[in-house]
Structure formats: structure tokens, C-alpha cells
Write a new protein. Structure first.
Lengths: 557, 115
């Protein structure tokens, strides 16, 4: 007991000092970047001076959230094969961005997603719609990260009910973490702008890849490179019955319920719906889209997406080793005991690996602390990217183009952008504290569903459909957004016996947990219908958009 | 350098309409769409096949191939392989066909010599 207490204390102080070190480095970067942020292009697009590799790493840093690192490893550790589905969807999605979106957006936009959507439309309605959807998607995503961080701190610093840390109870520690993370992200964004945020992403991507690589190598080393025996050991130590089911699809998604064909059908549809939202969501995420503006040309934007696909793909291969490694070496039961959602699988695996390979108990404590600090760095970098995306949109779309009708000076725009980062950050902190006890996995799924249902149809129609117009664009965005949100509110995730939010009330009528399979086609349909119902046509503006997006003529630099 | 499109007249609002219907631009658009549209359909169908098999062909997906490695795992890893492969094919196609074609249109508009 005494020894354990020492190691908890040691681990806490190592985690805190490593994380503190990361914060110091990133704050230093932020100060450095703020001195080099002079105009709007610097603030919104990092001066468009990043290289393909730099932006590729920053994209990876923005994209690989706590859901990717802790979430997928945990899902695989608890449910086996089905967790892998996320990795695949999240990766294949990048082809949509590479083939259809990245270069064309870089060529035709300046700072925000709305630059492209409103290019040939009436500015005010389209920019307002795009900004609303940017803020909604980003806030859902932000909340998930912040609440995740709050939960994680208790598990990682080993504060449970009844114990305290620096005089704080578990709840206080959660709130303090949320406030701290929120305050840091506000500082990064308001002072560092896109330059500072990009370097934070790069450092984080480097740390995350390094940590995941070391763990993967150790897991494979432990099994002498024999993946089959790793898988066998994982299923032996899982809770699946019979144990070999752990390696088959169906433990988590698309469950077959004997004697209930309708429920079975819904479960299968839910799996298809999730698969669809994952693969179509990425290319509609505003914080990812604005990263294409940080490079000098479309060619470099392409190169940065190629780097990102390489880095992200490699990382998702690592998640297989992390998840199955945690099931095999930590055991599913131990993961589940530590956290019902499995989010601590990766840190727990780090502890076991450290004990085995880095000199006993102290090694385990140190390696756990390192991976925990990497997890916090991951969360911090992602929330900074999200805050930047939404404050840019509020300043550039709503303030500069809707309220001031394009008459605001660059300086005024940047001041407003900094101010909105502060406000959005404060809102996220407040909501994060209120939502801290909710199960938040659905928030990320919802963010992806809204991005795929509202933003993606509007972007694709804008770039490729000559007839598309203002009514079509606003209809696609609002239609997809509202459909996704309404279907989630009335899904079994929010209310009903299986819901973690309102288990004692039941107002659900939509049978699926993921709305994508309905809301994504609905978004496209709204875009088409809205367009056809309006007589607005502007072939000359489309010619300009098409020529500019395909050739890079007149691209912002 | 071919100059079928007249040098740019920045005051002409129909300038882009003229470029849009120029043979160089039509060639560029056909090249781009001819690659990315079929490829997108292909990878979406290939991914959909994987998801649908995971939902409805559990027995097939559970077939063991080598040791504990089953069809489902190999199928999933093949999605990684196809993603890397398509990304590489696109990069090659873009630098060989799209970039020169775009450069040609830009040159015809008097914006040559871009990176």
C-alpha cells in the first residue's frame, strides 16, 4: 500500500512536470509566433508559409484527437475488432479531402470555409449559415475534448471519490482541468493565431507519434513480432464469450438480437450509418479545412494532405497494437474497471509495458506519466485548432462580411477574431463544466454527422455544380445541420433506457444512434431542392470559381 | 506555349467565361474529373463493401486465414493499402497531368511562372 502510494505520487508529479514542460514550450512558441503575427493572413492562415511536411504534421495534430488515441485504443481493448472500424473510416475519409476538396479550396478561398461557399452566392445568408455550422460543429467537438480531459485527469492522477489531490476532490480537479485547458487554448489562439496554433499541432503530432510508436514496438517485441499470438492472447484476456468472438465483427456494432428482427435490423443500419458519417465527415470539418490555407499553393496543399494520410494511417495501424495490446497485457476486465468507456486503455498499457521493459515499477510509473502527458498535449492541441476555426469564422464571416459588409480593416478583423476566441473559449469552458458528467462520445459522432450532412454537400455542390445557388447552399447547410441535431436529440443516445443522459425519460422515436444514413442524403437533397426552387443563376461567377479553383489563378498568397 | 486565349483584360467580366470554354481549360477539367470522380466512386464502393460485409457477412469475415488473423482484419488492412495506393496514384497523376495542364491555362491568362 505504502509503495503504491509513493508510485501514485511519483507518477502524478512526473505527469504534471512533463505536461508543464509541454505547456512552457508551447507558450514560448506562442509568444514567438505572436511577434510574427502582423496582419490578417498571419493570424488566420499562418502567413501561408508552411511547408507540406509541416502542414501535414499540423493536420495530423489537429485530426488525431483524444477520441483517436484514447478512444479507439479503448474501444478495441473493450470490444475487440469493432473498434478498428473507426480507424478505417477516419483514414479512408482523407481520400475525399485529397481528391475533391483540398486543392480546390486552397485555390479559391482565403481564410474560412465560407470563402468558398459564398464565392458566387449572396454573401450574408451563405456566410451566416456557414458560420453557424462552423461554430456548432466546433463546439460539439470542443466539448467532447474538454469533458474527456476532465474525466481523464481523475483517472490519470488517481483521484477517486473520497481522495483528494492538492486539496481538491475529484469534481474540483475536473473543473480545474477544464478551466485550465480552456484558458491555455484561449492564450494559444488569441496570441499565437494560426502560426502559434500550427506549431503547437506539429509538436503534439511529433509527441503522439513518438509515444504510440514506442508502445507499438514494445507490444510487438513482447510477442516477438507474432501478430497472431498477440491477437490470440488478446481474445483470451477479453470478456468476449466465446473468446474468439473478440476478433470478429459484431461485438459492439450491428449486434444480432435473437428473436428481435427489427432491433437487429436497426443495429445493422446503425453500423452502416456510422460508417457513412465517418467517411464523409472529415472533408466537412472546418478546423481541418482552414489548414489548407496555411500553405503557399495548391500543390503544397496536396503534398500536406499526402503527408497527413501517411502519418494518420501509420498512427491508426498503431492503434491496433495499442488496443489489442491493452486487451492482452492489461486485460479487458482491468481496463473496464478503470474506466467504463475504455479511455484509459492506452495509459494502462504504458504502465504495464514500462514495468516489463523499463526497469520495474518505477519504469511503469514513468512511462504511464509520459503517455498521460502526451494525451493531455493531444487534447490541448485539438481544442486550440477548434477554437481558431470558430473564432476565424465569427470574425471573418459574420463581423467583416455580414455586419461590416466587407468594409472592416484587417486590423479590426483580427481584433474581433481575438475577442471571439476569448468568448468562444469562455463558452466552451462553461458548457464543459456543465456537461462534465455526460457521456460525450456522441458529441464527436454528432460533429462528424453535422459536418457530413451540412458542410460537405454545400462544399461539393459549390465546387462542382454550375447551377448551385444561394438558396441551395443555405438549404443544404441548415437542412443537414438541423436533421442531424434533431435526429440525435430524439435518438436512443439522449433518452430512453439505454441512454446515459436521460435514462428515466423516454422521448426517442428515431431508432438509430447515428443520424448519418438519413441526415447526409437529406443534406444533399436540401441542397438540390433549394437550388431548383430558386431562379438565381450566375454562370460568369461559376466560370470564375471553376477557373480559379482548378488553375490557381488569382489564388490568395 | 500556346496562346489560344487572348491576353487578360482584367476589366472584362466575361474573361473567365472565355477561359472556361477554352480548349486548354476543357482539357484540364476533363482530366481532373475523369480521374477523381471514378476514383471516388471506386473507393466509396470498396469501403461500403467492407462496412456491409462487417454488418451482414459475419461468418465470411470471421474465417481464419493464418493463425488468429481472419478475413475481417485483412479486409480492414486492405482498406489502408488501397487508401495509400490511391493517394499515391493521385499524386502521380496530378503532377504529371494536372499541374502542367493548369500551368498552361495560367500561362494563357498571363499568370505564368507560378511555383
Amino acid at each position: 500500500m505504502y509503495l503504491a502510494a509513493i508510485s501514485v505520487g511519483t507518477q502524478r508529479s512526473i505527469t504534471l512536470s512533463l505536461f508543464g514542460f509541454f505547456v512552457l514550450i508551447t507558450l514560448f512558441i506562442t509568444i514567438w509566433a505572436s511577434r510574427r503575427t502582423h496582419n490578417a493572413t498571419d493570424f488566420y492562415a499562418g502567413g501561408r508559409a508552411f511547408s507540406g511536411l509541416q502542414n501535414g504534421m499540423a493536420i495530423s495534430g489537429d485530426y488525431m484527437s483524444a477520441a483517436s488515441f484514447l478512444g479507439i485504443a479503448g474501444l478495441i481493448a473493450l470490444n475487440g475488432y469493432d473498434g478498428f472500424l473507426y480507424s478505417i473510416g477516419f483514414l479512408v475519409a482523407w481520400l475525399v479531402a485529397l481528391l475533391l476538396v483540398a486543392e480546390l479550396m486552397r485555390n479559391s478561398g482565403k481564410y474560412t470555409m465560407a470563402d468558398v461557399l459564398a464565392f458566387r452566392m449572396r454573401q450574408a445568408p451563405v456566410r451566416t449559415a456557414a458560420s453557424v455550422s462552423t461554430v456548432v460543429v466546433s463546439i460539439f467537438y470542443l466539448l467532447a475534448q474538454m469533458v474527456g480531459a476532465g474525466t481523464l485527469v481523475n483517472l490519470l492522477l488517481k483521484i477517486s471519490k473520497g481522495t483528494t489531490f492538492l486539496g481538491m476532490t475529484a469534481t474540483t480537479a475536473q473543473i480545474v482541468t477544464i478551466v485550465l485547458i480552456g484558458a491555455l487554448m484561449i492564450v494559444y489562439v488569441t496570441f499565437g493565431g494560426m502560426k502559434g496554433t500550427t506549431y503547437v499541432q506539429i509538436v503534439k503530432a511529433f509527441l503522439l507519434m513518438g509515444g504510440a510508436l514506442i508502445m507499438t514496438v514494445l507490444v510487438l517485441w513482447h510477442y516477438k513480432g507474432n501478430i497472431s499470438s498477440l491477437l490470440g492472447d488478446a481474445s483470451q484476456h477479453s470478456l468476449a464469450k466465446p473468446s474468439e468472438n473478440f476478433l470478429k465483427p459484431g461485438q459492439l456494432y450491428g449486434k444480432e438480437v435473437a428473436g428481435k428482427p427489427l432491433q437487429t435490423f436497426y443495429n445493422k443500419m446503425d453500423l452502416l450509418s456510422l460508417g457513412l458519417a465517418l467517411v464523409l465527415g472529415t472533408a466537412g470539418l472546418p478546423h481541418i479545412l482552414i489548414r489548407f490555407y496555411t500553405v503557399p499553393s495548391a500543390r503544397i496543399a496536396r503534398r500536406s494532405v499526402l503527408w497527413a494520410i501517411g502519418i494518420i494511417g501509420t498512427f491508426y495501424l498503431f492503434t491496433l497494437a495499442l488496443g489489442f495490446g491493452a486487451a492482452a497485457l492489461v486485460t479487458t476486465n482491468a481496463v473496464k474497471t478503470a474506466s467504463a468507456s475504455g479511455n484509459t486503455a492506452a495509459p494502462q498499457l504504458a504502465q504495464v509495458l514500462g514495468e516489463k521493459y523499463f526497469g520495474g515499477e518505477l519504469g511503469g510509473v514513468i512511462f504511464l506519466a509520459v503517455i498521460a502527458a502526451v494525451a493531455f498535449a493531444t487534447i490541448l492541441a485539438v481544442v486550440a485548432g477548434l477554437t481558431l476555426a470558430s473564432s476565424s469564422s465569427v470574425a471573418h464571416d459574420i463581423y467583416a462580411n455580414v455586419i461590416r459588409k466587407g468594409k472592416a480593416s484587417e486590423r479590426q478583423e483580427v481584433v474581433v477574431a481575438r475577442g471571439s476566441a476569448l468568448v468562444i473559449g469562455a463558452i466552451a469552458i462553461g458548457l464543459g463544466i456543465l456537461a462534465r458528467d455526460l457521456n460525450v462520445a456522441f458529441l464527436v459522432a454528432l460533429a462528424f454527422a453535422v459536418a457530413a450532412s451540412g458542410n460537405l454537400p454545400a462544399i461539393l455542390f459549390s465546387l462542382f455544380w454550375k447551377r448551385f445557388n444561394t438558396v441551395g447552399a443555405t438549404a443544404a447547410i441548415y437542412g443537414g445541420l438541423i436533421a442531424a441535431v434533431v435526429l440525435v436529440v430524439f435518438s436512443p443516445t439522449v433518452s430512453g433506457a439505454t441512454s446515459p443522459i436521460f435514462p428515466h425519460q423516454d422521448f426517442h422515436w428515431f431508432p438509430l444512434t447515428n443520424p448519418g444514413i438519413i441526415s447526409i442524403p437529406f443534406g444533399f437533397l436540401c441542397g438540390w431542392l433549394g437550388t431548383m426552387l430558386s431562379s438565381e443563376k450566375n454562370p460568369a461567377k461559376y466560370a470564375e470559381l471553376e477557373v480559379r479553383s482548378l488553375t490557381g489563378v488569382g489564388a490568395a498568397n | 506555349m500556346t496562346t489560344q486565349v487572348s491576353p487578360p483584360d482584367t476589366t472584362d467580366p466575361d474573361r473567365y467565361l472565355a477561359v472556361q470554354s477554352s480548349p486548354e481549360f476543357v482539357h484540364l477539367r476533363r482530366a481532373l474529373r475523369g480521374f477523381v470522380f471514378p476514383m471516388t466512386v471506386a473507393f466509396i464502393l470498396w469501403y461500403a463493401l467492407y462496412v456491409v460485409l462487417s454488418a451482414y457477412a459475419r461468418n465470411f469475415m470471421s474465417t481464419k486465414v493464418v493463425g488468429n488473423i481472419n478475413v475481417a482484419l485483412i479486409f480492414g488492412l486492405l482498406q489502408f493499402v488501397s487508401t495509400f495506393l490511391i493517394a499515391w496514384l493521385y499524386a502521380r497523376f496530378a503532377s504529371r497531368k494536372l499541374d502542367p495542364a493548369a500551368e498552361q491555362v495560367r500561362a494563357s491568362m498571363g499568370e505564368g511562372g507560378h511555383r
